[in-house]
Design a binder for this molecule. Structure first.
Ligand code: PNS
Length: 160
C-alpha cells in the first residue's frame, strides 16, 4: 500500500496530524499532498502550507510533503501511489467524501479510498474553525501545534 493524504491544509491542524500518524502505523509511510488551487480562497499560499506541514512533521518517520495541481488521481500515478486516505469526522462529511471517493474510483479504478474515523476529540475540528477562532482572538493552542498558531497569528496580524 502506498498512501497519499490529500487536502487543502489551510492550515494543518492536530486532527490532520493524528490522521498522518495513524496512516504511518497502517501503511508505513505517507505522502501529504497539498492542493495548489489558486482559484480557492486560501489564507496561506501553497508554499506556506507545505512548509508548515514539513515543520510540524519533522520528527515523524516516513512523511513526504508535496503540492499538487490538477487531478488527485494523476498525482497519485506520478507517485506510484494506490491509496487515498481521508479523515472522516461527522455525518456532514459523508456526502462530500462519498462523492470524491466515487469520482476518484471512476477516474482510476485501481485507486482505493480509505476513511479514517477522526478521534472523538477532533471530530468538530477544521482549519476553518481554527482560523475563525484565531481571528476573533480565541485560544487555538489545543487545536494546532505551536508553529501553526504562531504563523497563523502572524498572518492575521495578531502578534504584538
Ligand atoms: O481538505 P479538502 O479541501 O477537503 O481537500 C479536498 C481535495 C484536495 C482532496 C480535493 O479537492 C481534490 O482532490 N482536488 C483535486 C482535484 C480532483 O482530483 N478532483 C476530483 C476528485 S473530487
Amino acid at each position: 500500500m502506498k498512501a497519499v493524504y490529500p487536502g487543502s491544509f489551510d492550515p494543518i491542524t492536530n486532527g490532520h496530524l493524528d490522521i498522518i500518524k495513524r496512516t504511518i502505523k497502517l501503511a508505513g509511510s505517507v505522502t501529504v499532498a497539498v492542493l495548489n488551487n489558486p482559484s480557492k480562497n486560501s489564507l496561506f499560499t501553497v508554499d506556506e502550507r507545505v512548509e508548515l506541514i514539513k515543520k510540524v512533521t519533522r520528527d515523524m518517520p516516513n512523511v513526504k510533503v508535496e503540492s499538487f495541481k490538477g487531478l488527485l488521481v494523476d498525482f497519485m500515478k506520478s507517485q506510484g501511489a494506490d491509496v487515498i486516505i481521508r479523515g472522516f469526522r461527522t455525518i456532514s462529511d459523508y456526502e462530500y467524501e462519498l462523492q470524491m471517493a466515487h469520482i476518484n474510483e471512476h477516474l482510476n479504478e485501481n485507486v482505493e479510498t480509505i476513511f479514517m474515523v477522526a478521534k472523538n476529540g477532533y471530530s468538530y475540528l477544521s482549519s476553518s474553525i481554527v482560523k475563525e477562532i484565531a481571528k476573533f482572538g480565541g485560544s487555538i493552542d489545543d487545536f494546532v501545534p505551536y508553529e501553526v498558531e504562531y504563523t497563523l497569528k502572524q498572518k492575521l496580524n495578531l502578534l504584538k
